[in-house]
Design a protein around this ligand. Structure first.
Ligand code: ATP
Ligand code: MG
Length: 256
């Protein structure tokens, strides 16, 4: 197997970020003055109620959406639009239905002009990393939901981004598959040392994977809060410290 060079490392700095949308003849301030520093190789989870701006923040980071004010710096450089330093994984992997797993994963490199043999070698490396070697020739409709999402992860990793942006990546999966995918993502993150921002509704998922949790408030109600997840890895969901962390995070939402 070809040697794959390690990722470059992606540091993120967000300063005074504001974003609003038109609503009922006025403006809805979704993000108002968000400040955030994410170290290279860190895993940050973003949680918050529906409509709190999690996806909006991720889209601004991805360069899919412009902010109204403030700035986003990656490795010290302002973000303008999308770039191959960042890859986004959505809830649904959106695979090309007529193309094999291998073709789907290699596609991102081929459109960037990487020769086919090299693109395929890299694609096979990441297909193996997500445990799908035996399905390289399969079509998307022959895969389960969890397998399709793993193809999406392999496709994102193949372009070797500095930063992986995930928007509820396991939200559509059943409970057991979701747990397995969280284990897998944790292992991949540790191996690839990629900076990861994970939007999730699942507080346990946030605690299992993240170094830090950012809690976004509903627009116009309160400020952004951050909680360090100071737990050793690999993490065990049944460990008392894990359970205590979940209790603290739930208390942030007024839940008990
Ligand atoms: N393109 C858009 N045009 C107008 N309003 C938008 C747009 N995108 C998002 N919004 C509004 O911004 C707010 C935040 O939306 P966003 O999708 O970021 O929330 P979220 O935290 O990801 O929610 P969820 O947990 O439901 O996914 C919502 O009130 C939404 O209606
Ligand atoms: Mg969302």
């Amino acid at each position: 197997m070809q040697t794959i060079t390690p990722f470059p490392r992606g540091e993120i700095a967000i300063r005074d970020l504001t974003k609003s949308f038109a609503l009922n003849g006025g403006r809805l301030n979704v993000l108002s003055g968000v400040n955030l520093q994410v170290s290279a190789g860190e895993c940050l989870a973003i949680v918050g109620p529906s409509g709190s701006g999690k996806t909006t923040l991720l889209r601004v980071l991805a360069g899919l959406e412009d902010a109204d004010g403030g700035e986003v710096l990656i490795d010290g450089h302002p973000v303008h639009g999308t770039g191959s330093d960042r890859a986004v994984i959505f809830q649904e992997p959106r695979l090309l239905p007529w193309a094999s797993v291998l073709r789907n994963v290699a596609f991102g490199l081929e459109v960037r002009g990487v020769p086919q043999a090299e693109a395929e070698a890299k694609a096979r490396h990441y297909i193996a990393l997500v445990g799908l070697t035996d399905f390289a020739e399969a079509l998307p409709r022959q895969l389960s939901g969890g397998m399709a999402q793993r193809v999406g992860i392999a496709r994102a990793l193949t372009v070797q981004p500095e930063i992986l942006l995930l928007d509820e990546p396991f939200g559509a999966l059943d409970a057991m598959t979701k747990l397995a995918m969280q284990e897998e993502l944790s292992r991949i993150w540790a191996e690839e040392k990629v900076t990861m921002i994970l939007v999730t509704h699942d507080l346990e998922e946030a605690i299992f994977l993240a170094d830090r949790v950012l809690v976004l408030p509903r627009p116009g109600s309160g400020s952004v809060r951050q909680i360090d997840v100071d737990l050793p890895r690999p993490r065990a969901r049944s460990a008392p410290a894990f359970v205590e962390m979940r209790r603290r995070l739930m208390a942030e939402f007024g839940l008990h």
